[in-house]
Design a protein around this ligand. Structure first.
Ligand code: NAD
Length: 358
């Protein structure tokens, strides 16, 4: 079995962390008997420098023809003064739109050896923290009608939250399917006591729940969800929610784990093609110094194996290897907390060794 992977290394630490994630993918492929063919494609600042655009057409077509896309990060001070449509971030939005990626999956996992990095009291996270946030990515208030006008009291502005049953159903299904692959527990977050769009969200989720009798599904208002995340995060497993609520709650959940260099993400659409990237940026302050933590990108590669290539054993092997590396005390500078820190390459090598043996 051979799979085609489009690789966007991007800017800043992007090339360094992607190199380690590709090594981890190769180690997992070797162990589980499949092969991977990579095609490097430019996006972001490096594409602006070479082609005058953050997202060359060829990049889009190679990504569309691939089984999955692995991305490092894009952006940096060099391109910050360019107009919006020419900035590296326009490449990110453009590729998500071109691939029809409407679901963003962000696991927030507190690794046991990194408990000290968690800003919550130890007794609150004693039950552990392993949440999968499923956020709708292409609808809702970020894409609704907006404008400005002058009212009786002066200038006014408005944004519109609009969701169709179709959009809610398709993200809802990702939530239910993800729950099926985990502990079969799903929380749907809305604001149905106030918002009409949320009432449609809730009705649709209830209807969908009948198709997934094996998944225990409950509703929670977004204000309560924000509280419960810091009061009793262990009560959550998979959370599905709208674009706006997901944006806020997934950042809150990430913060609880304490380390930006550890958190992967997946963006999925209708088929199996997905885009996998760490949640952090291109960290220009440490680019080229072998100081970046490659684990978020390596864990993103594990998500790629799980969601796009349907290679769950290979994905598990990477997850286990990362956990073991931390258990054995290996730390990059961002998570060292006073211990001896190792570099990006060494961490990548250790994880590869553990993928082969753990
Ligand atoms: P950032 O996430 O790049 O960095 C924030 C801080 O975290 C920095 O101190 C950095 O050194 C550190 N950090 C981030 N990732 C790390 C890692 N893997 N290992 C160790 N330390 C790490 O955020 P920023 O500084 O606000 O943004 C820098 C650039 O990245 C900007 O141009 C921004 O637009 C871009 N950005 C890109 C993406 C993306 O490509 N998806 C996301 C966010 C920001």
């Amino acid at each position: 079995m051979n799979y085609n992977i489009a690789v966007i290394r991007g800017d800043g630490i992007g090339p360094e962390i992607v190199t380690e994630a590709v090594r981890a993918l190769d180690a997992a492929a070797k162990r589980f008997g499949f092969s991977l063919t990579y095609r490097d494609v430019p996006m972001g600042g490096c594409a602006i420098d070479e082609f005058g655009t953050p997202l060359p057409k060829d990049t889009v077509s190679v990504c569309k023809d691939s089984d999955a896309v692995l991305l490092g990060a894009v952006g940096g001070p060099k391109w910050e003064t360019l107009p919006g449509h020419l900035r590296p971030e326009a490449g990110l939005l453009g590729i998500r739109a071109a691939l029809g990626l409407y679901a963003n999956l962000r696991p927030a996992v507190l690794f046991d050896p990194l408990r000290d990095a968690c800003p919550l009291k130890p007794e609150i996270v004693s039950g552990g923290l392993d949440i999968l946030m499923v956020r709708e990515l292409t609808g809702g208030i970020y894409f609704g009608e907006r404008g400005r006008s002058t009212g009786e009291r002066g200038e006014e502005a408005y944004d519109t939250e609009r969701y169709s049953t179709f959009e809610i159903e398709r993200i809802g299904r990702i939530g239910f399917e993800s729950a099926r692959k985990r502990s079969k527990k799903l929380t749907s977050v809305d604001k149905a006591n106030v918002l009409e769009s949320s009432r449609l969200w809730r009705e649709t989720m209830h209807r969908l729940a009948k198709e997934y009798p094996d998944v225990a599904c409950d509703d929670m208002l977004v204000d309560n969800a924000a509280m419960q995340l810091v009061r009793n995060p262990a009560r959550f497993d998979v959370v599905v929610t709208s674009n706006l609520f997901g944006d806020i709650l997934s950042d809150e959940a990430s913060m609880i784990t304490g380390s930006i260099g550890m958190l992967p993400s997946a963006s999925l659409g209708g088929g199996t093609l997905g885009l996998y990237e760490p949640i952090h940026g291109s960290a220009p302050d440490i680019a080229g110094t072998d100081a970046a933590n490659p684990l978020a990108t390596i864990l993103s590669a594990a998500m790629l194996l799980r969601y796009s290539l349907n290679q769950p054993q290979a994905a598990d092997a990477i997850d286990r290897a990362v956990a073991k590396a931390l258990d054995e005390g290996y730390r990059t500078a961002d998570i060292a907390a006073g211990r001896r820190a190792i570099g990006t390459r060494e961490m990548g090598k250790i994880v590869c060794r553990l993928i082969e043996t753990t």
